[in-house]
Design a protein around this ligand. Structure first.
Ligand code: F6P
Length: 322
C-alpha cells in the first residue's frame, strides 16, 4: 500500500474538508501518499487527480463546501464508467480509495469494491439518511443553520401573529426537520416518514390560539411536499396568516460545527486505518459514539436508515396545550 485516493461526491456537506484533511494527514503521517480526485467520480473517470501535500490541507478544516469539488455522476453506474475509473486509479498508482458522500457515492464505492478495488465510504451528507450510522458529516451544521433561521423567523412570526411554514432539506428523511424543529420550539413538525393530517394541524393551530398562542412555526421536511403547496392547502382550513420560507441550499454551506469537524476527523482517520489493514468494501459509521465499519453491500442493499420517530412524539408532548 503506497497511495490512497480521496474524493467527495454528491451534494457537498459542511465538514467534508475536515474529512479530506484527516484522510490526507493520517496517510502522510503514515509515510504514504495522498491523492485528491476532483469532482467526485466524474473527475476519477476524467483523470482529474493530484497529489495532496501536507500543507495543502492546512486552513481547510473550518471551511464549508469541498476543496475537492463535487459532482453527481450517474454515469458511474455503468460498467464503462467503472472500468475507466479503475484504469485511472491504476495509471496514478492508487491502491485504495476513500469516498466521502451520500447514498450515490456509496454505490460508486460499492461498484469499485465489487470489481476488486478496495474502497471505503465516509457518510457525508446533510440529510443524515445513511444506514448504519447515527450521524453523517454535515448534518449537525445543517441543523444549526436551519435553527438559526427558525429563531429569526420566530421573531417576525410573533410580531405579526403569523404561521410560518419553514421548508428544510433532507431528501426523503425527516432528520433535519426533527432536530431543527425541536431545537427551534416548532409547533408542528411534518416529515415524510409519518405524513400529516391537515385537519389535525388546523385544529392544533386553533387550539394554540385559544390558549393565547397566536403565531406558529411549522417545520416541513422537503420530502413531504413543497412549502407553498402545503400553505395553500392549510389556507383552505382557516385563516392562519401563512407565510413560507424555503431554506434551500443555505443549509448546505457555511462553517462546520465543532461536532461535524470532530466526526469528520474521526471518520477520516478510521478510514485510513481500515485501508492500511487491507480492508475495503466498508461503510464507516458511528453508533453510540463508537466508530463502526459495516459491509457496504449490506449497508446499501439490506439496511435502512432509521429516523428517530420518538422525537416527533417528544415535540407533540412539548407543544400541545391541554
Ligand atoms: O442530499 C443533499 C441535498 O441537499 C438534499 O437535501 C436535497 O434534496 C438535494 O441534495 C438537492 O440537490 P441539488 O443540490 O443537486 O439540487
Amino acid at each position: 500500500m503506497k497511495r490512497i485516493g480521496i474524493l467527495t461526491s454528491g451534494g457537498d456537506a459542511p465538514g467534508m474538508n475536515a474529512s479530506v484533511r484527516a484522510v490526507a494527514r493520517r496517510v502522510i503521517g503514515e509515510g504514504l501518499e495522498a491523492y485528491g480526485i476532483n469532482y467526485g467520480f466524474a473527475g476519477l473517470v476524467a483523470g482529474d487527480i493530484h497529489k495532496i501535500e501536507y500543507a495543502d490541507v492546512d486552513d481547510v478544516i473550518q471551511r464549508g463546501g469541498t476543496m475537492l469539488y463535487s459532482a453527481r455522476y450517474p454515469e458511474f453506474a455503468t460498467a464503462e464508467g467503472q472500468l475507466k475509473g479503475i484504469e485511472q486509479l491504476k495509471k496514478f498508482g492508487i491502491d485504495a480509495l476513500v469516498v466521502i458522500g451520500g447514498d450515490g457515492s456509496y454505490h460508486g464505492a460499492l461498484a469499485l469494491t465489487k470489481r476488486g478495488f478496495n474502497a471505503v465510504g465516509i457518510p457525508g451528507t446533510i440529510d443524515n439518511d445513511i444506514p448504519d450510522t447515527d450521524f453523517t458529516v454535515g448534518f449537525d451544521t445543517a441543523v444549526n443553520t436551519a435553527l438559526d433561521a427558525i429563531d429569526r423567523i420566530r421573531d417576525t412570526a410573533r410580531s405579526h401573529q403569523r404561521t410560518f411554514i419553514v421548508e428544510v432539506m433532507g431528501r426523503n428523511a425527516g432528520d433535519i426537520a426533527l432536530w431543527s424543529g425541536i431545537a427551534g420550539g416548532a409547533d408542528i413538525i411534518v416529515i415524510p416518514e409519518k405524513g400529516y393530517n391537515m385537519q389535525e394541524i388546523a385544529d392544533k393551530l386553533n387550539n394554540n390560539r385559544e390558549h393565547g398562542k397566536d403565531s406558529g412555526i411549522i417545520v416541513l421536511a422537503e420530502g413531504v411536499m413543497g412549502a407553498s403547496d402545503f400553505a395553500a392547502e392549510l389556507d383552505t382550513y382557516g385563516n392562519f396568516e401563512t407565510r413560507v420560507t424555503i431554506l434551500g441550499h443555505t443549509q448546505r454551506g457555511g462553517v462546520p460545527t465543532a461536532k461535524d469537524r470532530v466526526l469528520a476527523s474521526r471518520f477520516g482517520d478510521y478510514a485510513v486505518q481500515l485501508l492500511m489493514e487491507g480492508k475495503g468494501g466498508l461503510a464507516i459509521g458511528i453508533q453510540n459514539n463508537e466508530l463502526v465499519a459495516e459491509d457496504i453491500v449490506a449497508t446499501l442493499e439490506e439496511h435502512k436508515h432509521h429516523t428517530d420517530l420518538s422525537l416527533l412524539d417528544l415535540n407533540a408532548r412539548l407543544s400541545t396545550p391541554r
